[in-house]
Design a protein around this ligand. Structure first.
Ligand code: NDP
Ligand code: OXD
Length: 310
C-alpha cells in the first residue's frame, strides 16, 4: 500500500511524513516531488495539492485532505468520481475560527477602531454604550466551524442566527434553512459571518443582491473561501454606507495581488488565510486514524458527499 503526501505548500516534509509513517505502519508514505515518476500511490494525503496529482498517480482510490475545505481538490483534473474524498473535521480549527469571528465582531460592536483613532489624537472620549440587541449576528454555514462560531457568539449574549442547508437546532441560535429562508436570515442580520464551504451552490453568495438585504450599516466577516464574495460588489456597498466594513481572510486570488484595491481600503481588514490553521499534531493524529480505519475497512467520518461538494 503506497501513500503519496502531496502538497505544494512549504511544509517541512519530515515534520509531517515521519510521524505519519510511524502512525500508519502498514503503508509506505512517499513525498511528492515535481519531476518524479509515479510511486504507484493508492492513497493521497493532500493539502494545496499539485495540479497533476491525479494525472500522475492514476491508481489513487482515496484522498485524505489536510484541511476542512475540499474545493481545491475538486478543481484538479483526473479526480475520478469513484475516489473517496475525506476531510479534516475540526482538529483545533473551530476554536480558532470562533476567536477570529469574535475579534472582528467585537472590534466593530465595541468601537475599538474608533478608540484606536482617538488614542492617536490623545482624546479621552467615551463612545455610546453598546446596544447589544442591535448587533444581530448571522452565521452562514452551521457545520463544524459555524456551530462553534455561533455558540461562542451566543455565549456573549449577541442575538445569533445560523443558516445552513438542513437547518441546525442549537440552543440560543435562531435556525434558518435553505434558499427560501435566506432572505429572512439576511434581513435580521447586521454582522454576517461566512463559514460556508465553496460549492457550485455557494459560489458568489456574497454579492450585491444578498448583501443589500442585510440591515443598514452591516459588517461582513468572511472566512469561507474567496470565491464566495463577488469582490467588485463590496466597495460600492461600503461607499453607499450600506456596509460599514469587512474583515476578510480569504480571496479570489491568494496571495492577494499587490494592486488589489482592498489593500488600501481602511474599511477592509485583510488577513492572509489564517483564520484557522491546520494544527500539525492534531491533524496528523486525525488523518492517520482515518487512514488506518480506511485500511481496515471500518466506517469513517468526514467523507465528502460528492454530489453536494462538501
Ligand atoms: P462542514 O461541512 O462541517 O459545514 C458546512 C456547512 O455549510 C453545513 O452547515 C452545511 O449545511 C452548510 N452548507 C453547505 N452548502 C450549503 C448551501 N448550499 N446552503 C446552505 N448551507 C450550506 O464544513 P466546516 O464547517 O468544517 O468548514 C466550512 C468551510 O470553512 C470549509 O469548507 C472551508 O472553506 C472554510 N475554512 C476556512 C478556514 C480558514 O482558515 N479561512 C479554515 C477552515 C475552514 P448542512 O449542515 O445542512 O449540511
Ligand atoms: C481549510 C482551510 O479549509 O484552512 O482547512 O481553509
Amino acid at each position: 500500500m503506497n501513500i503519496i503526501f502531496a502538497s505544494t505548500m512549504d511544509l517541512d516534509g519530515d515534520a509531517w511524513i515521519k510521524p505519519l509513517q510511524a502512525a500508519i505502519p502498514s503503508a509506505r508514505i512517499h513525498g511528492w516531488s515535481a519531476n518524479s515518476a509515479s510511486v504507484g500511490a493508492d492513497i493521497a494525503i493532500a493539502w494545496n495539492p499539485p495540479k497533476d496529482l491525479f494525472q500522475r498517480e492514476t491508481g489513487i482510490r482515496a484522498v485524505f485532505n489536510l484541511g476542512a475545505g475540499v474545493d481545491a481538490l475538486f478543481r484538479l483534473p483526473g479526480l475520478g468520481d469513484d475516489v473517496s474524498v475525506v476531510r479534516i473535521e475540526d482538529a483545533g480549527m473551530a476554536v480558532q475560527m470562533a476567536e477570529y469571528a469574535v475579534y472582528a465582531l467585537v472590534r466593530a460592536s465595541r468601537q475599538f477602531d474608533e478608540y484606536e483613532r482617538l488614542q492617536k489624537l490623545k482624546r479621552w472620549d467615551p463612545q455610546p454604550d453598546i446596544q447589544r440587541a442591535t448587533w444581530s449576528v448571522g452565521v452562514l454555514g452551521m457545520g463544524v466551524m459555524g456551530t462553534r462560531v455561533a455558540q461562542t457568539i451566543a455565549s456573549l449574549d449577541y442575538p445569533v442566527a445560523g443558516w445552513s442547508r438542513s437547518g441546525k437546532e442549537l440552543p440560543g441560535v435562531q435556525k434558518f434553512a435553505g434558499p427560501d429562508e435566506l432572505p429572512a436570515f439576511l434581513a435580521r442580520t447586521r454582522v454576517l459571518i461566512n463559514t460556508l464551504p465553496l460549492t457550485d451552490e455557494t459560489r458568489g453568495i456574497l454579492r450585491r443582491e444578498t448583501l443589500q438585504q442585510l440591515l443598514p450599516g452591516a459588517y461582513l466577516i468572511s472566512m469561507g473561501r474567496g470565491a464566495h464574495l463577488v469582490e467588485e460588489d463590496l466597495q460600492p456597498l461600503l461607499d453607499s454606507g450600506h456596509l460599514s466594513g469587512a474583515t476578510l481572510d480569504v480571496f479570489g486570488e491568494e496571495p492577494l495581488p499587490q494592486q488589489h484595491p482592498f489593500w488600501s481600503d481602511p474599511r477592509i481588514t485583510i488577513t492572509p488565510h489564517v483564520a484557522a490553521a491546520s494544527l500539525r499534531e492534531e491533524t496528523i493524529e486525525q488523518v492517520s486514524d482515518k487512514i488506518n480505519r480506511y485500511l481496515r475497512g471500518e466506517p469513517l467520518t468526514g467523507v465528502v458527499e460528492r454530489d453536494r461538494g462538501y
